[in-house]
Design a protein around this ligand. Structure first.
Ligand code: MLT
Length: 201
């Protein structure tokens, strides 16, 4: 997958996996990584799917309606890419922390829904429930931050609560942070994610 890798200065820190929103690319979230942990290695990936020229991590049939078959295929593809990248760049495969926004948060959520050890934790900015009706792996001890907007038209408030409860049922430890905004990523939310990271990693 097309990506950028930046080596960290402290190998004990997690590798930050950056996953952009629809229409973004691997450059978008680089400033966030510096805010969260300036000593961490960074792996920023571009989604392999194009929707009218806009990169994404999996296909959708309509706004908020996912192509489940493609979601599963792309989740496997990203998980395998992480295995390869860890070998190539010599970082700890067991210590990857995702930071995703919107569609990128949805594929990060999907990694956690499908694989016990794909991620050590995640910061999910404006995620949705990636899939319903499946049993999640045991995510015991995995910290997850969800940033949500009370007026988010793409991800309704109750869906953020539903995602929290599904992850908690799988034993993840979830912090749900609310901003009185829509789908955009706000400074307040990034600050909250940074504080959460300092406590959990
Ligand atoms: C998705 O398709 O993943 C969500 O609708 C978020 C987005 O618009 O990318």
């Amino acid at each position: 997958m097309k990506h950028i890798f930046q080596e960290g200065t402290d190998p004990s820190r997690p590798t930050l996996l950056l996953l952009h929103g629809t229409g973004g690319n691997e450059q978008d979230l680089l400033p966030l990584a510096g805010r969260i942990d300036e000593k961490a290695a960074v792996l920023s990936v571009r989604g392999n799917v194009l929707e009218n020229g806009m990169p994404r991590f999996f296909r959708r049939l309509a706004e908020g309606i996912f192509d489940e078959e493609d979601l599963v295929f792309r989740t496997n593809e990203l998980n395998e890419f992480l295995d390869q990248a860890a070998e190539e760049y010599k970082f700890d495969r067991q210590n990857i922390m995702a930071i995703g926004y919107s569609n990128g948060a949805n594929i990060a959520g999907s990694l956690m829904f499908h694989f016990q050890d794909a991620l050590r934790g995640a910061i999910l900015h404006h995620p949705m429930v990636p899939r319903r009706g499946i049993e999640l792996p045991d995510l015991c001890g995995k910290p997850v931050f969800i940033g949500a907007g009370t007026n988010d038209p793409i991800c309704p408030a109750q869906e953020s609560e539903e995602l929290k409860s599904l992850l908690e049922k799988a034993n993840a430890s979830v912090q749900l942070h609310w901003e009185n905004h829509g789908h955009q990523l706000t400074f307040g939310e990034v600050d909250a994610a940074e504080k959460w990271y300092k406590i959990n990693f």
